[in-house]
Design a protein. Sequence first.
Length: 323
Amino acid sequence: MSQRPAPLHLVLGDEELLIERAVSAITAQARAASSEPDSMPVDRLRAGDASAPELAELLSPSLFAEDRVIVLEAAAEAGKDAVAVVTDAASSPPEGVVLVVLHSGGGRAKALAPALQKMGAVVHQAAKLTKAGERIEFVRNEFRAANVRVSPDVVQALIEAIGSDLRELAAASSQLVADTGGKIDIAAVHRYYSGKAEVTGFDVADLAVSGDRPAAMEALRWATDRGVPAVLLADALADSVHTIARVGSAGRGDPFKLAGDLGMPPWKVKKAQAQARGWTGATIGAALKVVAGLNADVKGGAADTNYALEHALARILDLRESA
């Protein structure tokens, strides 16, 4: 049995990929140390939307002191009473509980992050990578994690071809390692990514969430026929659905104000607000499940990734039409 993770963790920042990786790593460590890993619960709640009584109930000690992970999302937006409940629980987490607090670093509960650090929370940095050097180091680390050494020119070529989105960069790095057996040079980058992968993936996604069935299906077939990796297409679709979910839940405020709160550029918020009008809470919730399943399918879960993509795209379009 592995060593249990620390009882208190702070995931600090608003880069979704880094947040997801931190939560997954903490959860995996907790499961590995649990006596019943398959049944260990992982509870997630948006602290920014929850009432103090809801948080108090979730964070109360279990009668049987069972192993569990509690993930509090959007902690930066929690109200005063909710912050008090979180702070109290964080000072002495219930036995068996691993408490993970996701905090952007700003928001109305800005003071909560340094308070948790003073309590000894293990900090996982998940800030947006805004500098070119940071993105270069990110890509280098992706290859290092796969035990592959690449030249600086390869890293630069990949970033120029894919863009700045970390999901796209991570997926492209993984795909290159898998398809080349780890022997990656600039020619391989140019062969797989001609600079159109990001545009094609997000074109498909935009058409899907906007409900343009004929154009979306045609764009998907065009992309797959030309060898755009399934992982990139799936990630683009997931990004669009997740963005609509986040922007939709934030309300109809000023895109420029919401941009700061959500950590997105204003143009992206404005576009997502327009797209969100064709979705309801129920349909976007179902769409999130579809893209989560597609993510597993394109990473080895499906025998035919093209079929998985078409099926998922059709489900997204069905949900859009039913809203």
